[in-house]
Write a protein that binds this ligand. Sequence first.
Ligand code: NOJ
Length: 551
Amino acid sequence: MIEDLWYKNAVFYCVSVETFMDSNGDGVGDFEGLTRRLDYLHGLGVTAIWLMPFQPSPGKDDGYDVSDHYGIDPRYGTLGDFVEFAHGAKQRGMRVIIDLVVNHTSDQHPWFQSARLDPKSPYRDWYVWSKTKPKDADEGMIFPGVQVTTWTKDAKAGAYYFHRFYDHQPDLNTANPHVQAEILKIMGFWLELGVSGFRMDAVPFVIAEKGAGIEKPKQQFQMLRLFRQFIQWRRGDSIVLAEANVAPEETINYVGDDSDRLQMMFNFHVNQNLFLAMATERTEPLVKALMETRGLPDTAQWGLHLRNHDELDLGRLAPEDRDKVFAAFGPEETHQLYHRGIRRRLAPMLDGDERRLKLAYSLLFTLPGVPVIRYGDEIGMGDDLSLPERYCARTPMQWSDEPHGGFTKSDTPVMPVITDGPYGYPHLNAAYQRRNADSLLNWLERMIRMRKEIPEVAWGDLVPVDTGAEAILALRYDWRGNSVLFLHNLSAKPCEVHFRTGLDDKPLVDLLGHDHRKPDDGNTFSVLMEPYGLRWYRVGGLDYLLTRSEI
Ligand code: NOJ
């Protein structure tokens, strides 16, 4: 495979250094601990690691409040430790991408400190100010209920500053050429230290026009071209994976119709409709979302996730549909957040039901794009709802049944490890699952291995196949003369389906079991799908390996 399109068929894994593995016993995860776990990730089949923010930060938004973009939070180690980690990943053939948080900084960042103290500071115009409180100051909060305004008065500056997120996260004035140059410099710095790109935080806000009195802020998409050009000129195979929860028709503005903007975006539209489909046991919303997000340029790719470190954001569903997802997966008030989402981890949302977890993962691996797995979800970790906001789903990785799940030798872990109940580390941990051939972890490892052998999902054309059953999703992919077909039963009831693949009498070869199928005389296939059942079929035969060659 040519190096520069590595992301087209990758398996991403998202890690928080702070809560992954503590090597020095101070209670806080660190780069050395993460480096020791690289073989675990490699064994799982991960090909790219996404590191959440690890730069110096007051830690008021779990590192998304950066106070020095060129450093490492000393609690996690040193720049030297980072480079050792990056080298270790490279040695094992894994890429590293890092969070790039440049929509805002911490209010403790020296740039903001200088800007607020002196109107003549060269950094004053790096932020967004207003002498008076703008009329729309009480609108557009991202964390409603927690955050009450988007403009806060700074006593030292004698002016209001704009913050799309928390008030300790002043927005950078990204239209300022000096700020743009600094963003490039930050990217160049980390590229030089071995990363293959960035998960860019809050992209729609980075590129939005900012300032008092702007009613309909324009999106400055040319900025994305600037970022793309810069990183690729510096390092040809580097990418940006955009966090941009936008309507499907907006997608093309982010990736560019000439593939000249960002290479990857999270598919939030499919994510929300996937949960709606699972909640209602109806494939229709998911198929619609897939159709609406089809047709990315060849060299762009979707990142797909089930859960991430934030709430499961259902904000783009119709209110009645959102209520259906709440009812199915987050019925209690404590499960919900910001009136728009669910803050639980995946396993508790699905009642720890392994059939449904496997169904969800199988969908993640077979929808168009590449999977992004959140650490801990591979063993079905739970959440701690006594923790505030999104922190409930950010507890430390459960490695073993040793104290604190083997995460740390300290008695004061940075976040409490889940100890009690069905998700407690004494019986839910990676070591136990490694030893158990039937565990979720080992199943997932096998699925990842198989998924990597099916480049059609990443590269091919998607063709929904009609099964006549509203709970059975049948998706076919065609690519370079090869085809695969995936069946999923979203329902708790068994269901026999009869369908045509559209490829005449070519038999279906079961890639995960022995349920191979031949058509009847009329080229119709029949498959009995068990509750939440799944099938991965190669259409025709297994000789695809002989003809496969990626771009
Ligand atoms: C999106 C991140 O995913 C979230 O965790 C963070 O709070 C905001 N951006 C602000 O950086």
